[in-house]
Design a protein around this ligand. Structure first.
Ligand code: PLP
Length: 388
């Protein structure tokens, strides 16, 4: 489905680490953090060993705990909601904007209002079971889906009005911009992720960015077994984790950061080839980039099939032609452990479910040749229309 874009000099940067005594907690981590901080204009950047780890630490650093409500989206990769379950907080899902698949701010405003007022109106928004009605809304957790930022002007206004924190899941969106502002910096803290299918990679890894000293200091301490500044190796001020990133990964990340703009541009070009060719295929909708997205960062290229087409059947017809594809995303609320714990059912978030049922992620990377895009597009045309 994707291929990382790694140069010989980046390979050499990783190999060079093996010739030093520092395989963890050394100069590469510091350099990588500095490069991410300066790229997005953050006061702090803290590298961790996955995007999930970064989100989890932010949830803890923001003081979100047992029984707290966090308003978030079911149209995401499961990790964005799982990190709330790790802390026994309650994800309160609202449906998404049909065009972008990002959390719908007008629903966020309604749910926050209702939950603050309590009573039957609040009950309407809470899951059927597993959520105490005594919780308090602490935060909003929007996801920048597929590399397109959510609508932060609206979300920030709501957060300000109700004294909420915003944790931006920008795991799919490094390099994106919202009204000129860098993704990751649109809330109180943001998290990037660097699995090999991402815009840039550290093999496994992530970075938390924030302008807030307290959040960043807690995240930094908790990623390293809870050691606060000044603690010795066996002193642990906080309950922490081993969420450290290795020097090998940091070296790869630091060198990839040097060409992040170019990496995003290459993906943009491939996305352009797809959209140009698929514009002629009526049964397929291509991804929409909305006006507030001043730079789309193209994590994946996801098409939507026309109503009535069967996702599994089209995927099968593509596979027969040697083209892999994936439904993307599978709604979080319908994952077995979510519906078991909270009683979610099909029909609870219709836009998310419709997008989940009609979306197919196509093979995509910045190094994909134009002829491969051409081949995939012809395969799609055949799959949806019969031979062209
Ligand atoms: C929206 C979203 N959140 C969180 C994550 C988790 O990142 P990681 O796989 O690095 O833990 C991902 C990764 O794919 C993601 O797409």
């Amino acid at each position: 489905m994707s291929s990382p874009d790694i140069t010989d000099s980046e390979r050499e940067a990783v190999a060079a680490v093996l010739r030093t005594p520092y395989l963890s907690m050394g100069p590469e981590i510091e350099a990588f953090e500095e490069s991410v901080a300066s790229f997005v204009g953050a006061k702090h950047a803290v590298a961790v060993n996955s995007g999930t780890a970064g989100l989890h630490l932010c949830v803890r650093a923001m003081g979100v705990g047992e029984g707290d409500y966090v308003v978030t989206t079911p149209f995401s990769f499961v990790a964005s909601a799982n990190v709330l379950l790790y802390e026994r907080a309650i994800p309160v899902f609202v449906d998404v904007d049909v065009q972008t698949g990002n959390i719908d701010p007008s629903l966020v405003a309604q749910v926050v209002q209702a939950l603050n007022e309590g009573g039957p109106e609040a009950e309407r928004w809470l899951p059927r079971r597993g959520a105490p009605s005594t919780g308090q809304v602490k935060a909003v957790l929007p996801v920048d889906v597929f590399g397109q930022p959510a609508d932060y002007d609206e979300l920030q206004a709501i957060a300000e009005q109700h004294g909420l924190l915003i944790l931006e899941d920008s795991c799919e969106a490094i390099g994106a911009r919202y009204k000129g502002k860098p993704a990751g910096m649109l809330g109180d803290a943001g998290v990037f992720a660097f699995y090999p299918n991402k815009q840039m990679t550290t093999a496994e890894g992530g970075v938390v960015v924030s302008d807030q000293d307290e959040i960043a200091e807690l995240v930094r301490a908790m990623r390293n077994q809870g050691r606060a500044p000044g603690d010795t190796w066996l002193q642990h001020t906080y309950l922490g984790y081993n969420y450290r990133l290795s020097e090998l990964s940091a070296a790869l990340g630091r060198s990839q950061m040097e060409r992040l703009d170019a990496l995003v541009s290459k993906r943009e070009r491939v996305a352009g080839w797809y959209s140009e060719r698929l514009a002629h295929v009526d049964a397929v909708e291509v991804p929409q980039v909305v006006g507030s997205t001043t730079r789309m960062s193209w994590f994946v290229y996801v098409i939507r099939l026309a109503q009535g087409l069967d996702q599994a059947e089209i995927a099968e017809k593509l596979a027969e032609q040697g083209v892999p594809s994936r439904p993307y995303f599978a709604p979080i609320h319908l994952q077995p452990y979510f519906s078991e714990q909270f009683g979610y059912q099909t029909g609870d978030f219709p836009i998310t479910e419709d997008l989940g049922a009609r979306s197919l992620a196509l093979p995509f990377s910045g190094v994909m040749p134009e002829e491969d895009v051409e081949y995939v597009c012809n395969a799609i045309a055949k799959a949806v229309n019969g031979p062209v």
